[in-house]
Structure formats: structure tokens, C-alpha cells
Design a binder for this molecule. Structure first.
Ligand code: ATP
Ligand code: MG
Length: 423
């Protein structure tokens, strides 16, 4: 890798200037007018070159954050020791970061911030250094709107054309510096449909245990990106394949390569909803991931004499606490997962007002969707699931008839509970 960038002209990269946010272009322009270097960097250029729509635009510059604020009086300096400037244009925020150096030693800037240790990423660096401290070559491209050229210090453009995902530098060293890159490798591979360069892909399984050193809160952020981006199911399969899933969600399935149907379908449903622009919540996926553990444990508690709803609440709490040792689950989501679980036994009560009341529960819809998934695993539940489907579709009067009859086709016969065979 050289100090000099290769310059990719517009005729070659073909990114039309109007695909780039005018706010980002304005930020770069004004910094350049003030005599600084400034480029649009990172994921946005990668996404554009691959024909995707970037979700945000980042700018890198040799101006210090304070100098950025001199240029944009309204910029907000954020982060420890004022590492970044946020420049707002209407509803859009452009993140402006000062070029960073590589620093030396083992640990990466992010982890140092997380662990509250001295942060090294205030060490400003050159343009070339800033490119090289990034993770993957395709994430290190710098676009200059003034000349419409891409500046590439690491062979990222070639990799992009070859649809190849490759870490900058020695992969083993780079994973050690920041093991979250293991997850990012899988995420970008699946999201952008890239080949993993062998040197980048091969060490992943043997380095997977390094994820144990990552704080659960940071892993949670990464999990959201892994599973809420519209490719949860292929991402899950790749995580299993690279031995990363077990580091994130240990001991949930007998064979992670063949997860329960309910889990597979929950992910496929989530992807489908993302594709259709419908709202999705990670709580639903967490509820599915942990369900077999929660259900098994709740059955034990029920056998010990606990009422079903309490048993599910207790088992759910246990499962969440255990899981949180690895991946912190935001309370908002864990409590919704618990609601989904605890509503399940209430679906079995179809008689009278009680049944109608379930329908006005805040989490009814999510819990009902969850019941449909359970019915995939347990055919005995299908009739119950159909009943709840029907009652939502019919008019007021018929609804009353249904809850008076209590049951659909079954007529008074209690649905036989399928139990796991006792060995
Ligand atoms: P997306 O936002 O689509 O997930 P992105 O590439 O923009 O992808 P961000 O997490 O927003 O990813 O990071 C922005 C840029 O910062 C990346 O493109 C990369 O250059 C750099 N970067 C992010 N995380 C790391 C890391 N762990 N190690 C090194 N560089 C990183
Ligand atoms: Mg980004």
C-alpha cells in the first residue's frame, strides 16, 4: 500500500453527483473553500458504487472539530473529547470526522471508548492514514465532489468491482484489534452479496471466541444491524456457518444449522416485512430466538405448580438474564418479548368477554403473529390459530357468537396438549 492514492475518474466509477446528498456536497465544498481537505467517505460511496441507496453520508476532513465549527457555526461537537462534528441541514445530519491516525498497540479506538480507557482515536492523522485505519477496503474510498473522483489508498475500488470483501492489512491483527469486525464481515458479505476474500474469511471461525471480550451493549447495536436490515435469515445462516452465532446466542438450539421452524419463519417474516416497508421490531425476533428455552423452563415450573402466565414470566425473565451476559437486550425489547410469551396461554381461553379482552391487549397483534409461528411447529395449535384469525375478520355479531361457543370446530373438547416424549 502506498502513500499515494489511485484516482478513479467519473467515467470509470460512474457515480452521478446528483446521487450524493446535496448537504454532504455542501459541507465538503465549504470546507474546501476554507482551505481544508474534505471528502465524502465510507459506506455511502461503497453503496453508491454498488448501486445501493446509502442511508447516510459521512465526511472526513483534515480540519479539527473546532475548525469545522468555525466553518459551520451551527455544528455540534459530539463524542468524547469532541471527536466529531454534526452539521445539520434541515432534517439531515452530516457527520464530519477529522482524519484519524492508526495509533499503535493492540486495541482499537471503539473498545477503548467502551471500556472508558484513554481514547487513542483523538490522534489525528493524514488522509492516507485515515483510509488505512478503516476496516474493509471497500469502506475506505474517498469521494471528492469537486473533481467527481474517488481516491483509493487500499485497492478498495478493484475489490468493489470484483465484489470482494477484504480487510485492510493483516486480517488476524485487524480482528484482534476489534473483534466486532468479525460480525461486520458477515454483515457486509450478506447485505451486499460479496465474496469474502479467503484471507479475510478463513480466520473467522477460529477467532470467533474473541467476541466474548466485547461489551454486551456494543453487541446489541451490532445485532440490530445484523437482523433488522432485511436479510435476517441469510445473515443468520452465515453467522452459524462462521461459528459466530454460538458466540452471540449460546446454547439455544440443539443444532444451530437447523434451528426450529418457528425461528426460521420469524426471520423470514421480518425480512418480508422490511421488504414491504412494514414496521418491524427486534423484540419479535428475540421472542422467537429464546422461545424453546422459555417454553421448556415454563413447563417445568408449571409441573411444580405455577400458573401458566406466571411460569412464562419467570422463565422469560431467566432466559433474558442469561442471554444478557452475551448480548444486552434493551429493556424496551425484552419487556415486549415477555408480553408476547405471556399472552400465549391466554389464547387458549376462548370463552366470553375474556377472549375479547385479549384482543385489546397492546401486544395482541405481535402475540397473535407468534401464535401462528407456534402452529407451524405444533399442528395441534393450528385450529386455535385459525380461530383467532377468524375472530379478527368477522363482524361484531359473529364475534359474540364465537366467544359464546368458546370453540370453533373442536366443540367443547379440550385441545390435547402435545408434550415432549419423556425418555
Ligand atoms: P452501514 O452504515 O451501511 O452499516 P458503514 O460502512 O457506513 O455501513 P458505519 O458503522 O456507519 O458503517 O461506519 C462508517 C465507516 O467507519 C465505515 O465505512 C468504515 O470505514 C469505518 N468503520 C466503522 N467501524 C469500523 C471498525 N470497527 N473498524 C474500522 N473502521 C470502521
Ligand atoms: Mg454508515
Amino acid at each position: 500500500m502506498s502513500e499515494k492514492a489511485s484516482i478513479i475518474p467519473e467515467q470509470r466509477h460512474g457515480i452521478r453527483a446528483d446521487r450524493i446528498s446535496s448537504s454532504a456536497r455542501k459541507v465538503v465544498e465549504r470546507l474546501q473553500e476554507a482551505g481544508f481537505l474534505a471528502y465524502i467517505v465510507g459506506g455511502s460511496i461503497r453503496d453508491l458504487a454498488l448501486g445501493h441507496d446509502p442511508k447516510d453520508f459521512d465526511v472526513a476532513t483534515d480540519a479539527t472539530p473546532e475548525q469545522v465549527r468555525d466553518v459551520f457555526r451551527s455544528a455540534r461537537l459530539i463524542g468524547r473529547r469532541f471527536r466529531l462534528a454534526h452539521v445539520r441541514f434541515g432534517r439531515e445530519i452530516i457527520e464530519v470526522a477529522t482524519f484519524r491516525g492508526l495509533g499503535e498497540g493492540e486495541d482499537d479506538e471503539h473498545r477503548e471508548v467502551e471500556q472508558g480507557r484513554l481514547v487513542r482515536d483523538n490522534v489525528f492523522g493524514s488522509e492516507a492514514e485515515d483510509a488505512r485505519r478503516r476496516d474493509f477496503t471497500i469502506n475506505a474510498l474517498m469521494y471528492d465532489p469537486e473533481t467527481a473522483t474517488i481516491r483509493d489508498y487500499v485497492g478498495g475500488y478493484e475489490d468493489l468491482i470484483a465484489r470482494r470483501l477484504r480487510l485492510i492489512g493483516d486480517p488476524v491483527t485487524r480482528y484482534r484489534e476489534d473483534p466486532v469486525r468479525l460480525l461486520r464481515a458477515v454483515r457486509f458479505k450478506v447485505k451486499l452479496d460479496l465474496e469474502l476474500d479467503p484471507a479475510t474469511g478463513d480466520p473467522i471461525p477460529e477467532m470467533a471466541t474473541l467476541l466474548q471480550d466485547i461489551p454486551p451493549a456494543r453487541l446489541f447495536e451490532e445485532i440490530l444491524k445484523l437482523f433488522m436490515g432485511g436479510k435476517a435469515w441469510p445473515t443468520f445462516q452465515a453467522l452459524v456457518q462462521f461459528g459466530l452465532w454460538e458466540q452471540l446466542f449460546p446454547n439455544l438450539f440443539d443444532d444451530p444449522a437447523r434451528p426450529p421452524v418457528l425461528v426460521e419463519q420469524a426471520m423470514k417474516n421480518t425480512d418480508q416485512r422490511v421488504a414491504e416497508g412494514q414496521p418491524v421490531t427486534p423484540a419479535f425476533l428475540f421472542a422467537a430466538f429464546l422461545w424453546s428455552r422459555v417454553e421448556d423452563r415454563s413447563k417445568e415450573l408449571i409441573d411444580e405448580g405455577m400458573a401458566p402466565v406466571e411460569a412464562l414470566a419467570a422463565a422469560g425473565e431467566e432466559a433474558i438474564v442469561t442471554q444478557a451476559e452475551r448480548v444486552a437486550i434493551h429493556r424496551r425489547f425484552s419487556s415486549m418479548a415477555k408480553d408476547i410469551w405471556c399472552l400465549q396461554p391466554r389464547f387458549e381461553k376462548r370463552r366470553g368477554k375474556r377472549a375479547l379482552r385479549v384482543m385489546s391487549e397492546r401486544r395482541f397483534r405481535a402475540a397473535y403473529d407468534f401464535l401462528l409461528l407456534r402452529a407451524l411447529e405444533d399442528p395441534d395449535l393450528q385450529e386455535l390459530a385459525d380461530w383467532w384469525t377468524t375472530i379478527q375478520e368477522v363482524g361484531e355479531e359473529e364475534r359474540w357468537q364465537m366467544v359464546q361457543a368458546g370453540q370453533g370446530k373442536g366443540k367443547g373438547r379440550r385441545r390435547p396438549r402435545r408434550r415432549k416424549a419423556v425418555p
